[in-house]
Design a protein around this ligand. Structure first.
Ligand SMILES: [Zn+2]
Length: 439
C-alpha cells in the first residue's frame, strides 16, 4: 500500500467527520462520557491481555520463540509456514497406475505411492507443484534435430488435465494457484495450493506458442530439459560425460528464456547441464528455480548442482536470485543404502552455505522416485526434516524461508519482471525453430 493511499484513507477518520453535530460534540465533553471511554479502553486492554496470555502458545508461531523440543518446534513452525514442495509426480502415477482416470483415484484413502490427502495433512503441506511430466522420446523417435512429431504435447495436455481434474475433485483440499498471492490465499483458507510444472523442453514441441498455451492452462514453470537434450538446451543426462549438443542453450533456447521472462513462466534449471544453467542464470531477467536438485559437493551426481553454479545464485548485483529445492531421490542424496533424513539435511545445509539460506527450498520428487531416504518416506515426513534442521540451529525465520517463503519471493520476482516487460510493450516472440519447414 502506498503512503498516499494511507493519507487518503486516514484523513476523514482523523477529523470530526460530517456525522457529528454540535449536540454530539457537547455529549463528548461530559465527564460521564469520558468515564465510559476510559472504562471501555481499560476493559479492552484487559481483554487483550487475557487473550494474549491464553493464546500465547499459538501466537508463538508468529511472534515468539519456538519450543525447545525439535518435533514440537517443527509442528509449530509448519502451522504458520507450511511446506511448499517444488516437485511432486502424482500426475505420472495417475497416468501409469490409473490410466489418468480421476474417478478411479481415491486421494482420501491410503493411495499407493508417497502422496495422498491424509499424509499431506500430516506432513503440514501448504502447497506443491504437480509435475505434468512426460518422458523424453528416444533418440530415434525424436529424430535428428528433435524434429519428428511425437505425442509429447498431447501427453502433456493429458497430464495437465489429470492434475486439474484431481485438484477439482477435492475442492476442500486443493486449490489451483497461479500466482504467489494465490498460494498465500489458498494457505490462509487451509488448503493445499496446487501449481503445475512442465518437466522438460521436449514437452514444448519446439514451439513458443505451446509455451504460451501451457501458461494459459495454469503452468508456472518449465524445466528447460529432462534427461534428453532438446531444441532449446542441453541436459545433464543421468550419467556423467554426456556429449553436449548446443554447449548450453540453443539460439531458440535463449529466445525461450526471454519469452518465459515476459509471460511470467519460471525458468527451472533442474536436469539441465551445468553450462545450460550458467547461461540461463546470466540471461534470465527474472529469478529462477531448481525445482528438484541437490548438491554435487555432498554427493557427486550429474543431477546435482555444483558449487561453482551455486555461487552464481544470490541477490547481489552480479548474481541471480533463485531457490534450489532439494531433491530426496536416494541416488542423488548418498551412496547406495546410505540416503537418510540427515543426509538430505546435509544437502540443504551445504547449498545454503554457498548461496545463503534465502535460496534453499524443498523439491522432494515424491511419486517420481522408486525408493526413498530413511526417515523421509512420504509427504507425511517433512516435519522430521524441519526438526532436524532446527536441531542444527536453523532459526524459525530461516526455516520458514526453506519451507516456502523463499519460493514465494522468487515467484513474486518473476511476476514483477513479467509485469514490467509487458508494461513497456515487449512484444511476444514469434521465432520458429529453424529446423522446421512446415510453417
Ligand atoms: Zn525430474
Amino acid at each position: 500500500m502506498s503512503s498516499s493511499t494511507n493519507t487518503g484513507e486516514q484523513a476523514p477518520l482523523l477529523g470530526d467527520g460530517p456525522s457529528l453535530n454540535s449536540q454530539d460534540r457537547a455529549k463528548r465533553q461530559t465527564p460521564a462520557a469520558r468515564v465510559t471511554i476510559y472504562g471501555s479502553l481499560t476493559l479492552l486492554f484487559v481483554v487483550a491481555l487475557i487473550l494474549g496470555i491464553v493464546f500465547w502458545e499459538k501466537l508463538g508461531g508468529f511472534v515468539g520463540n519456538l519450543p525447545k523440543d525439535p518435533e514440537k518446534a517443527a509442528k509449530r513452525l509448519l502451522d504458520v509456514a507450511p511446506i511448499i514442495d517444488g516437485h511432486i509426480d502424482l500426475p505420472i502415477l495417475a497416468r501409469w497406475a490409473f490410466r489418468n482416470n480421476a474417478t478411479a483415484i481415491d486421494l482420501e484413502g491410503d493411495l499407493y505411492g508417497h502422496v495422498d490427502i491424509p499424509r499431506l495433512r500430516k506432513g503440514q503441506v501448504g502447497g506443491f507443484f504437480w509435475s505434468v511430466y512426460v518422458g523424453c522420446p528416444d533418440d530415434e523417435a525424436a529424430g535428428e534435430d528433435y524434429i519428428n512429431a511425437t505425442w509429447r504435447v498431447r501427453d502433456t495436455l493429458e497430464q495437465i488435465d489429470i492434475a486439474r481434474e484431481l485438484i477439482r475433485k477435492y475442492p476442500q483440499t486443493f486449490e489451483l494457484s497461479k500466482t504467489s498471492n494465490e498460494i498465500k490465499s489458498a494457505i490462509k483458507l487451509g488448503k493445499v495450493a496446487s501449481l503445475l510444472g512442465v518437466e522438460g523442453g521436449h514437452q514444448l514441441g519446439n514451439s513458443l506458442s505451446v509455451l504460451r498455451q501451457y501458461y494459459e492452462l495454469g503452468v508456472r514453470y518449465v524445466t528447460l530439459t529432462h534427461t534428453c537434450h532438446n531444441a532449446f538446451a542441453d541436459s545433464c543426462g543421468y550419467v556423467p560425460g554426456i556429449k553436449p549438443r548446443w554447449n548450453g542453450l540453443s539460439p531458440l533456447g535463449k529466445t525461450l528464456i526471454e519469452e518465459m521472462n515476459r509471460i511470467g513462466m519460471l525458468v527451472d534449471l533442474s536436469h539441465t547441464s551445468d553450462e545450460t544453467a550458467r547461461q540461463a542464470l546470466k540471461l534470465s531477467k527474472a529469478p529462477v528455480i531448481w525445482s528438484h536438485s541437490s548438491s554435487r559437493a555432498v554427493h557427486d551426481h550429474p543431477r546435482n548442482v555444483p558449487d561453482d553454479v551455486l555461487a552464481l545464485v544470490g541477490t547481489e548485483d552480479n548474481k541471480t536470485d533463485a531457490v534450489v529445492m532439494v531433491n530426496f531421490a536416494p541416488a542423488f542424496v548418498a551412496d547406495d543404502g546410505k540416503a537418510d533424513l540427515e543426509a538430505v539435511a546435509d544437502h540443504v545445509e551445504h547449498i545454503a552455505s554457498i548461496t545463503g539460506k534465502k535460496h534453499v527450498g524443498i523439491g522432494s520428487d515424491f511419486d517420481g522416485i522408486e525408493s526413498v531416504p530413511k526417515g523421509l518416506e512420504d509427504v507425511s515426513k517433512y516435519p522430521a526434516l524441519i526438526a532436524e534442521l532446527y536441531r542444527r540451529g536453523w532459526t524459525r525465520f530461516e526455516l520458514s524461508g526453506l519451507t516456502g517463503r523463499n519460493l514465494l519471493r522468487v515467484m513474486a520476482g518473476a511476476e514483477r519482471v513479467a509485469k514490467d516487460l509487458q508494461s513497456v510493450g515487449t512484444e511476444p516472440k514469434y521465432d520458429i525453430y529453424t529446423k522446421r519447414n512446415d510453417l
